[in-house]
Structure formats: C-alpha cells, structure tokens
Design a protein around this ligand. Structure first.
Ligand code: ADP
Ligand code: MG
Length: 563
C-alpha cells in the first residue's frame, strides 16, 4: 500500500497548533503522557490474552522502553502492548473523539486574554499530541497484537499526517520524537539527557505497574547504558498514606483519570479480614461535561492482586457516584471475572456499600473542615449526588447530611443552606420546609409564588436541578418537618401584621364572590378552582397546582420521557 496523506480534523489541528505555539509551562509532561499510553496498551494486551487464548501475541516480557539517540536527537518510547491497526491509528491519532476536548476548545476561544488561555491549556491534557511540544516531527510505528502487518504514522504537527502499511513491525507501538533544540528559557529541556529522562520518569510515572526501562547507547558521560528499570512499580494503593506524597497520588490520578488537573480529594481505604481489598479513590475537581449522558463511562479500575482487570468497573460504586475515579485492588477474585459476575457477587455488593460510605463520609469531613473545597464539590457534583436521594434509600440520611441548597436567606459568604441549618433557623410556628422548583434562578425569582414568602421573610429553598422535583417527593420530610412546595396546594401563612384579620377576609370573600364565580365559569375548561389568596402581594393572580398534582416542570419532564 502506498503512503497516504491525510488532513487532521479541524479540532485536532487547532489543538496541535496550541501545543506547538503556546508557551506551555511544563513540557516535561509529554513523557508522562506517552508512558501512560504505553502502560494502557500493556494492560489491554494482558487482558486480551487472558480472555482469548487463541490470540497470537507474546506476553512473556511486557514492558516499556525508552531509548535515547543523541546523534539523531531522537527519543523513542516503545511498548510491546496491544498496538493499533491501520484504521485504528487513523481514528485514534488523527481525530479528537474526546468531546471534552471540543468543549475545552470552546472555552479557550472565549478566554479573551493570553494569560487566561495559557491557564486553560495548563489544565488540559491532549495525551499523545503533547509530543509535539518537544518534537518537530513524530513517527509512530505500530502493529496490533495478532495482526500481520504494521502501520507507520508520521506528522510534523502542521495539518497533515501520513499513513503507510509496513511489514516486519514488532508487536506494540513505538513513538519516535525528533526533538526540537533545547531551549531552557522556555522550559524545553534536553530530553537526550539520561539524567533528565530518569528524573521525569521518577517524578511522573513511578507507580506505573510495568517496568519502564532505559536502553540506549551512550549516556551523558559517554558510557553505554545498560538497560535499567527507572520506576519502582509500587502500587500506591497498597502503601500506607504516610509513605506516599500528595504529588504521587495526584500523578496516579492523572494517569487513570486521563485528566491533567489535580483531583479535589483523595480517598484511601484498606479493608482487611476475609475479603481483603485496597481502594484509592479520587474526586475530580471538575465535573466532566458528559456526566449526564446515557453512555457516560462510569466506574473505577479493578485490579486483582495487582493485575489490571478492567476499566470502568461500574459494580463498585452506585450510579450517583459515577464521577469518582480510582483503583480497587481485590485479593480474592478470579482473574477471569466478568462484568456479569461482578454485578451479582455478594462480596462486590459489600464493597460497594463500604466504598459508598467512605466517599460520603469523606465529603462530610470536607464539609466540616474545608468549606471552600466542599462548595466546589457540591457545585460540580451536587446534582448527581441528589439522584441518590431517590435511588438509594439506604444512604439517604448520609446524602442529606452532605447536601446543601440555594436559599432566599443566603449571603455572599454562604449562599447555601443545609436542611439541618434550615430547620434550626425556622421561625416560631413554622411547620414546613418550604421550597420552590424551577428551571433557573431567574424564573424562580420572578415567580408570583415567592411574593408572600418574601414579604414575610420566610426562608425558601431554591431548587433548579431537574432531579430536584423527584427527590423532594421521594424524601418527603426532614427531621419530622415536611418538605413543602410553595407552588402546590393551599398554604396558610397567616396574616401579615399590617393585613386585615379574619373578619375582613370573610367580608372580602363576599365582596369578590361575584368575580370569582364569573372567573370560575370562564376558566372552567382550564382550572379546577379559583380562590382568594394570601400568597400574593404584587401580582393579581397565580396558578397553583393541587398538593398531589405534578408541577408543570415535572409534567414537562414526564412528557419528554414519553410517559
Ligand atoms: P487517551 O490516552 O486519553 O485516550 P491519547 O491522546 O493519549 O488519549 O491517546 C489516544 C488513543 O490512542 C488512546 O486512547 C489509544 O487508543 C491510542 N494509543 C495511544 N498510544 C498508544 C499505544 N502506545 N499503544 C496503543 N494505543 C495507543
Ligand atoms: Mg493518553
């Protein structure tokens, strides 16, 4: 097959330009990304071989190799993992399938000033492409395990790449970086330096479970370097917390979470006893944009006795904790365990309960110890957590304890309130926890239902997530106080001081009887009843649902779901 030339997809081209031209503050991380990909490829191959014993692949010495060629000014990152087919190279390397990337580019375009843009780039990873930060040409040679022919991909990162089918390619992938001249002023170090490479691997990839070996000709001192394993391969989750630095945890998070940002929270659990396992979980600092999409990949990585078994193991955490990343390493599971088996396994269900408790209790500590971090957490993940109020009655109390809500009585310093705080500051004689649901703060603020509450200074929770209408019904009450929508049923708030008493109201009812009767007749088709109300202060009328009726928003939701 001849060499074919392709154009990068538009987004891919934009990202490459950013990579090449932005003054990215830390270029060393390119190696972390390439080693991370190599490690993933080895995990995938071992798993494929485990599942399919007819696979023609060599799994005897799986490893990652780094090779320096000072004369050619190249650095090669090589693995003997799963590799890629010709089509896969085009799909995986030539396009940006990750829709988070598209969102990132949109944010970036909106960032007006250069400093803002750089800050954004600094938070964002583009994996393989980061090679172009340090190289003016990248060649990737790969053969998928079990396939005959290999593929060569080459690009200078300038809009096009070439693909070519080639023979005699070893199994796995090697990425050859033709290094740019070193430019220490711009954080572009000399990546042909043995010392530098060792330092980077130690810093960013020490926990990688496969050996990362440095092979090569001459080192800095001109001596031929013997193959040397650079990483300790120690599983961080099996070590005690004191032994591991925060930075090491964060690097592991970046590897498994495919995220360049620091996690918000690190959670460790070591369970001993008859069913032993270790867990290292992370709460990201940002909600992924596809969190509410059907096909969102949820779940943590499952290892069995240090052997990677699967990504996205959804049986280990409930759906409302689907944003949690991490590793769970179990001692007594079969290496051949399948997703179906996991769903039914009694031990796995026990683990799920324990892990759920652990995550919720760590959110609770965040809430008491670090209000700012908690606020970030709730802003990013509150809407997902509230799903648990509906679906997981066992943990409802723990969930309610970490939930907080926008309120009419918040201030800039603390715009939200917990149910406990709400109940504490309820006014004398108030029996209910009042809330209003709506699509947005604006629609709630202008709602006529709010008038009487505002007038009387009664606190109302302002609920704007779609799930809110559902959980308030499912939960019903808190601490014996009913949760009550201010847009439903009759609400007697009593008279304001400046208002007329009972007698006056009766008189008023007589006075308006004619009007109400006339309105009832005219609106017969559309409403059940027309009555005088103490709810309103400014608006002449408002629509109210019966206490048991669906609210208009919920009606819309069910209609949208086709019910
Ligand atoms: P990510 O690792 O977050 O998926 P990358 O840009 O790092 O994004 O890599 C894109 C994809 O290319 C990977 O998901 C993988 O499918 C493929 N890939 C990259 N490097 C390798 C490799 N060494 N071996 C096999 N596949 C690879
Ligand atoms: Mg990657």
């Amino acid at each position: 097959m001849p060499t074919e030339t392709f154009e990068f997809q538009v987004e891919a081209r934009q990202l490459l330009q950013l990579m090449i031209h932005s003054v990215y503050s830390n270029k060393d991380v390119f190696l972390r990304e390439l080693v991370s990909n190599a490690s993933d490829a080895l995990d995938k191959l071992r798993l494929a071989a485990l599942r399919d014993d007819t696979l023609d692949a060599d799994v005897s010495d799986l490893h990652i190799e780094l090779e320096i060629d000072k004369d050619a000014r190249t650095l090669t990152v090589r693995d003997n993992g799963i590799g890629m087919s010709y089509d896969e190279v085009g799909q995986l390397i030539g396009t940006i399938a990750n829709s988070g990337t598209a969102e990132f580019l949109r944010e970036l375009r909106q960032a007006q000033d250069k400093a803002g843009a750089e800050g954004l780039i600094g938070q964002f990873g583009v994996g393989f492409y980061s090679g172009f930060m340090v190289a003016d040409e990248v060649t990737l040679l790969t053969r998928r395990a079990g396939e005959e022919r290999g593929t060569r991909w080459t690009s200078r990162g300038e809009g096009t790449y070439t693909l070519e089918a080639v023979d005699d390619v070893p199994q796995g992938t090697s990425v050859v970086l033709h290094l740019k001249p070193a430019d220490p002023d711009n954080q572009l170090h000399d990546y042909t330096s043995v010392w530098k490479i060792k330092e980077i691997v130690k810093r960013y990839s020490d926990f990688i479970t496969w050996p990362v070996r440095l092979v090569g000709e001459a080192g800095d001192d001109g001596e031929a370097a013997a193959p040397e394993t650079l990483n300790s391969m120690k599983a961080l989750w099996a070590r005690s917390r004191e032994e591991v630095s925060e930075e090491e945890y964060h690097e592991l998070y970046k590897h498994i979470g495919h995220d360049w940002r620091e996690p918000l929270q690190t959670i460790q659990l070591q369970a001993e006893g008859t069913f032993e396992y270790q867990a290292l979980l992370f709460v990201p600092s940002h909600a992924p944009h596809d969190l509410f999409q059907q096909n969102f990949k949820r779940g943590v990585q499952l290892y069995v006795k240090r052997v990677f078994i699967m990504d996205d193991c959804e049986a280990l955490l409930p759906p409302y904790l689907r944003f949690v990343k991490g590793v769970v390493d179990a001692q007594d599971l079969s290496l051949n365990v399948s997703r179906e088996i996991l769903q039914q396994d009694r031990h796995i269900r026990m683990m799920q309960r324990r892990l759920t408790k652990k995550v919720l209790s760590s959110v609770k500590s965040m809430m008491t110890d670090d209000a700012e971090r908690y606020a970030t957490f709730w802003r990013e993940f509150g809407a997902v957590l509230k799903e648990g109020l509906v679906t997981d009655p066992d943990h409802r109390d723990a969930l309610l304890a970490v939930a907080s809500f926008a309120t009419t009585h918040g201030d800039d310093g603390n715009p939200t309130v917990t149910l406990e705080q709400y109940v504490e500051r309820m006014r004398d004689g108030q029996e209910d926890i009042y809330y209003i649901t709506g699509e947005s703060r604006e629609s709630i603020d202008s709602s006529p239902h709010m008038e009487a509450f505002r007038e009387r200074g009664i606190e109302v929770l302002l609920l704007t997530d779609p799930v809110d209408e559902v959980w308030v019904d499912a939960v019903g009450e808190f601490g014996g106080k009913p949760l009550r929508s201010i847009a439903k049923g009759e609400i007697d708030l009593g008279a304001r001081e400046d208002e007329q008493g009972e007698d006056d109201r009766e008189k008023q009812a007589e006075e308006y009887a004619g009007l109400l009767g006339w309105m009832r007749e005219r609106l017969e088709e559309d409403v059940k009843e027309v009555r005088l109300s103490t709810r309103l202060t400014v608006s002449p009328a408002c629509l109210v649902a019966d206490a048991n009726d669906l609210t208009p928003a919920l009606e819309n939701m069910y209609r949208a779901m086709g019910q």
